[in-house]
Ligand binder design. Structure first.
Ligand code: ADP
Length: 182
């Protein structure tokens, strides 16, 4: 059995990510969800928050652990003695990025292989970015992320949502009859 590393931002973890992990763990054995900590990339959740959310959501899945890493993914794999990087592929739009990453990692470390796993049809449209967009505007994300992530998104956006609803309220208040000057 291999030790596979599934790297990404996971800002935040979605059901699409969990689906990939559930599918590859029985085949590959040990899977590390590797949260990239990139100080120059803006993220909603801090690396530690993302780690805590992922650990909570993945608790109970055997052979799965979560780590945070700053720097090259291949350096983490070398340190951990792992040889497989797993990435997910949704639409064609993911393809070019994944191809470049896989080739760059191969150049940096020829012994490490990247394995691409296709997204399940029910999750192919799910991304951390769209989930954040929906949550920011008060939409429901319960079918897109685990419950603890849905709760964390609600908390993060609570102030924004209060302001949004206050702005929307006057627009949705029905006009009383007879008060109109028109
Ligand atoms: P990154 O910023 O590295 O793209 P993400 O957290 O967005 O990190 O994604 C990590 C990996 O998971 C990527 O390979 C991405 O293509 C894949 N992925 C994201 N969403 C899904 C999904 N819904 N189904 C399958 N794979 C996904």
């Amino acid at each position: 059995m291999a030790h596979a590393v599934y790297p990404g931002s996971f800002d935040p973890l979605t059901l699409g990510h969990i689906d990939i992990i559930r599918r590859i763990q029985p085949i590959l054995g040990e899977v590390t969800l590797l949260i990239s900590s990139n100080p120059s990339k803006k993220s909603l959740f801090t690396p530690d928050e993302r780690k805590m959310l992922a650990e909570e959501a993945l608790r109970g899945l055997k052979g799965v652990n979560v780590a945070v890493h700053e720097g090259l993914t291949v350096d983490y794999l070398k340190e951990a003695g792992a040889r497989v990087i797993v990435r997910g592929l949704r639409a064609v739009s993911d393809y070019e990025y994944e191809l470049v990453m896989a080739n760059m990692n191969k150049k940096l470390s020829p012994n490490i292989e990247t394995m691409i796993v296709f997204a399940s049809p029910e999750f192919y449209y799910v991304s951390s970015n769209t989930v954040k967009e929906v949550a920011l505007n008060g939409g429901t994300v319960k079918d897109l992320v685990p419950p603890n992530v849905a709760k964390a998104l609600k908390t993060k956006f609570a102030d924004h949502l209060r302001e949004l609803r206050a702005r929307q309220a006057p627009l949705s208040t029905p006009q009383k009859k007879g008060k109109s000057r028109d």
